[in-house]
Design a protein around this ligand. Structure first.
Ligand SMILES: [Ca+2]
Length: 174
């Protein structure tokens, strides 16, 4: 009889613990933000590159610079994110040192229609902008293996005095 009572107490304690754990997890997930940092960068056009992939992973004042080339496109580089489950924003912290006639696009590769989709146009000089990109259908951009590919593309002929300096460029699931 005593043993049965002890077992009942134990069961009640387990239930209370399970309920509390559930509450705590719910609170954590409500305020939790997942950040996907760049896993790879490939330069197809661009010059005078300063920095490494890791310089785009943390917001620390240290950036990854790519200068324009004097042909078209002025620069073109791809950034890959691995093991992405979902995301609803791009965290872009960077500076583009350009001029009024120079246009840079931030694009994601749409795996459904197999083409690049422009999410934002940057014209002239911008500094440390964390834009709201509002990705409403991330599944368009996520390959079955979890890879997402971004392209930074200078649409016209560049000049070497211009450069893109990225302190942090991440996918965010908020
Ligand atoms: Ca950085």
């Amino acid at each position: 009889m005593i043993l049965t009572l002890e077992i009942k107490k134990l069961v009640i304690l387990i239930i209370i613990f399970a309920l509390l754990s559930g509450c705590i997890q719910t609170q954590q997930s409500a305020s939790h933000k997942v950040i996907y940092a760049p896993s790879n960068v490939s330069i197809f056009a661009g010059t005078d590159v300063v920095g490494n992939l890791s310089d785009m992973q943390e917001l620390d004042g240290v950036g990854y610079h790519v200068h324009e080339v004097t042909s078209s496109p002025g620069f073109n580089y791809h950034i890959e994110y691995y093991n992405v489950v979902s995301f609803d924003n791009i965290g872009f912290y960077g500076t583009y040192n350009g001029s009024a006639s120079h246009v840079v696009t931030i694009e994601l590769y749409d795996t459904n229609v197999t083409t690049w989709r422009t999410l934002r146009r940057i014209i002239g000089t911008i500094q440390n902008t964390n834009s709201e990109f509002m990705i409403t259908k991330p599944t368009d951009f996520i390959y079955p293996n979890g890879t997402v590919v971004m392209r930074l593309y200078h649409t016209t002929v560049g000049i070497t005095a211009h450069d893109m300096n990225i302190d942090q460029l991440v996918l965010e699931d908020r």
